[in-house]
Design a binder for this molecule. Structure first.
Ligand SMILES: [Fe+2]
Length: 214
């Protein structure tokens, strides 16, 4: 089964490619697990964050249902819907009754900014759950170092510089630990290496799916 075929191809901002979304989830998961370990969090907490990393954007896959098929959709409308995805992810996973409150609240608040300018609840500083603070940093770095339909990926140093420009969005202790992790273990956390690992895992998953279907 080719996951690429799931793309709706309408040309909207909200035009998700399932394989890219899975790749992004695996990428964030690897980063956030490493960050949790760097911060000295317990193994069980680090593993919960790894799960949250994989699933944090799952609500985006539901967003296409809210978007018109025509190309004249208002950009403002699309942005409004994009901002719904954190809550949608939370609701989808909560309904499954299998994820801890720690995972759920980390996902619900993964777009909150430290200065209170994020969403869905404009939480500020230490009102933001710790797991969400870690996800925020890893999510931004993963996005910047990945290709997007409208731009190529930034290299590691450029991504870090862009994040320093926007440091108001991050808990400084978490961001400094993230910088330390990337610099101390460049080989393991370099975007190319992680992307290769993610692609390998995706290919394995595709092979398993094909075997199941055949
Ligand atoms: Fe997100």
């Amino acid at each position: 089964m080719e996951l690429d075929n799931q793309t709706s191809g309408t040309g909207h901002i909200v035009d998700y490619n399932l394989e890219e979304e899975i790749f992004h989830g695996i990428y964030v998961s690897k980063l956030v697990y490493g960050l949790a370990q760097t911060l000295g969090l317990e193994e069980a907490v680090s593993k919960e964050l790894a799960v949250a990393g994989v699933l944090h954007d799952i609500g985006k896959l539901k967003l296409n249902r809210y978007i018109y098929e025509e190309n004249d959709t208002l950009v403002v409308e699309e942005i409004k819907y994009v901002r719904m995805h954190a809550k949608l992810s939370y609701e989808i996973l909560k309904d499954q009754n299998r994820y801890s409150d720690f995972i759920l609240e980390s996902i619900l608040h993964h777009h909150e900014n430290y200065d209170g300018s994020g969403y869905p609840d404009n939480l500020k500083a230490d009102a933001i759950p710790l797991g969400a603070k870690l996800l925020r940093v890893c999510d931004v770095y993963a996005a910047l170092t990945s290709d997007r339909p409208y731009r190529s990926s930034f290299d590691e140093n450029s991504a870090m510089e862009l994040m320093i420009d926007e440091v108001k969005n991050f808990d400084l202790r978490v961001f400094l630990a993230f910088q330390k992790m990337i610099h101390l273990d460049e080989e393991n956390f370099c975007p190319t290496r992680i992307k290769q690992d993610c692609k390998f895992q995706l290919n394995l998953q595709n092979m398993k799916t094909e075997q199941t279907l055949s």
